[in-house]
Design a protein around this ligand. Structure first.
Ligand code: GKR
Ligand code: MG
Length: 434
């Protein structure tokens, strides 16, 4: 007896785009004037479109192009089979392919995530249900996000690069201001929270000597008080002894400490020495990493990211594993637009618990690729879309303009080191610095 099948994938369009990004500092250097994203659109034989967004990288785009013959004609409901076909063709990513940078550079996980999210968008449209319902159903109507502060040079990014738009007001102006010391970080936090209503705050560290960054955290605590949870993320640049020293000092003010040191073993050492929970998006980043994480106790909270954990359903599986082993689960982010945000919101709404406000870089972006423009935040949260699928549609004019940016900017993948060298000639990334 055969049941229903289809709809089937008829077309796959892969469009690299470049979106304006200000000069944000991080452990790997400096953000270039454009952040790269790739927009994937699947169209079925009956004309239904499903979309997704992943970090931009020309190697991943080429692999997506190469996967087309494997995927055309496949039933969008057969996600396990699609995954198996992709793995048989490309092989599994290795841990080494993740790289030392703060962001994940594996290929396969991103490819599968882009196809899975677009298929779920289609399945949602076919069944008339929002993606959250395909992940187990809506546990909350609004998904809370955290302010995500960055040290930065003055500059708007994009064509303005290190220049600023003198007519900008409010957050649009604050986003362009420099933030190179604790007072400027507090000013950035106030402007971002005033605009978006965030109720927790994360600082991207790993930029300055740790004393300065810890002072910025103390200044944030002083400015916002004990009811606003605080986190700092040095992206694994600290030595174990540094993390223990400053981790202890920040115990009274931190909600969690994110990736202070590199690798599961070093994280486990720090975790034993301080009371503050440790979170990661760097040392436990795949299902293969879980057994050792549990065996040695490398973190308390895993920051999932559906773009590199292999999709939304895989992130739900991760949530079950976290529950079993007493790990918390929250969400990691990179520079992104509204299609990624929509997927993050559906996932955030489906998770059984959301004990921590999720990360998002969204305030740092000003472009958008969806009809209706940018998502609104209310009191730091985003309302879960109720329409079938992801609940967002491609703005094709915006897509064309952002693709033109990609063609003109000449960037092919993220590399923050050459950008940093524009400000600090000779600067080199170091995997562990202080
Ligand atoms: O955007 O510079 C950045 C961040 O450092 C990002 O690449 C990280 O992946 O946000 C991320 C993190 O939490 O490590
Ligand atoms: Mg992180």
């Amino acid at each position: 007896m055969s049941g229903k099948s289809g709809p089937r994938i008829r077309e796959i369009t892969v469009t690299p785009i470049a979106v304006v990004d200000p000069p944000l500092l991080n452990a790997a250097g400096l953000h270039a004037p454009y952040a790269l994203r790739t927009i994937v659109e699947l169209v079925t034989d009956d004309g239904i479109s499903g979309i997704s967004e992943i970090p931009g990288n020309s190697d991943i785009d080429a692999a997506l192009e190469a996967s087309k013959p494997l995927l055309i004609g496949r039933d969008v409901f057969q996600l396990s089979e699609i995954r198996q076909v992709l793995v048989s063709h490309f092989g599994k990513d290795t841990a080494a392919q993740r790289g030392d940078a703060p962001w994940d550079q594996r290929k396969m996980v991103h490819i599968f995530s882009s196809i899975e999210v677009a298929c779920l968008d289609i399945i949602g449209k076919v069944t008339g249900r929002p993606v959250v319902d395909l992940l187990g159903g809506k546990m909350r109507d609004r998904v809370p996000f955290s302010a995500y502060l960055f040290y930065k040079y003055e500059g708007a990014g994009g064509k303005l690069a290190f220049d600023t738009d003198p007519n900008a007001q409010g957050w649009a102006a604050a986003r362009q201001a420099s933030a190179l010391n604790p007072a400027e970080i507090v000013a950035q936090a106030k402007a971002m929270c005033a605009e978006f209503g965030f109720q927790s705050i994360k600082l991207k560290g790993g930029v300055f000597e740790p004393r300065q960054e810890v002072d910025a955290m103390l200044a944030l605590y002083e400015a916002f008080g004990p009811n606003v949870p605080l986190r700092i993320d040095p992206n694994a640049l600290w030595k174990v002894e540094t993390a223990i020293q400053y981790g202890r000092e920040m115990e009274p003010i931190l909600e969690y400490l994110e990736d202070p040191v590199r690798g599961q073993a070093a994280m486990a050492q720090v975790r034993k020495a301080i009371k503050t929970p440790l979170a990661t998006n760097m040392c436990t980043t795949s299902f293969e990493d879980i057994p050792n994480s549990i065996a040695i106790g490398s973190e308390d909270i895993i920051l999932s990211d559906h773009h590199f954990w292999g999709g939304l359903r895989a992130s739900m599986t991760l949530s079950g594993i976290c529950e079993t082993f007493g790990r918390g689960l929250s969400m990691h982010s990179n520079s992104h637009l509204g299609i990624s945000l929509a997927a993050m919101v559906h996932l955030g709404a489906a998770l059984p618990q959301v004990p921590y406000a999720l990360d998002t870089h969204y305030p740092w972006q000003s472009d958008e690729v969806i009809v209706g423009g940018r998502f609104k935040f209310e009191e730091g949260a985003v309302l879960v879309p109720q329409e079938p699928g992801l609940g967002v549609e491609l703005d094709r004019d915006a897509l064309a303009a952002l693709h033109q940016n990609y063609l003109e900017c000449g960037l092919k993948k993220r590399d923050d080191e050459p950008e940093m060298q524009k400000k600090q000639p000779g600067w080199k990334f170091q995997a562990v610095r202080w």
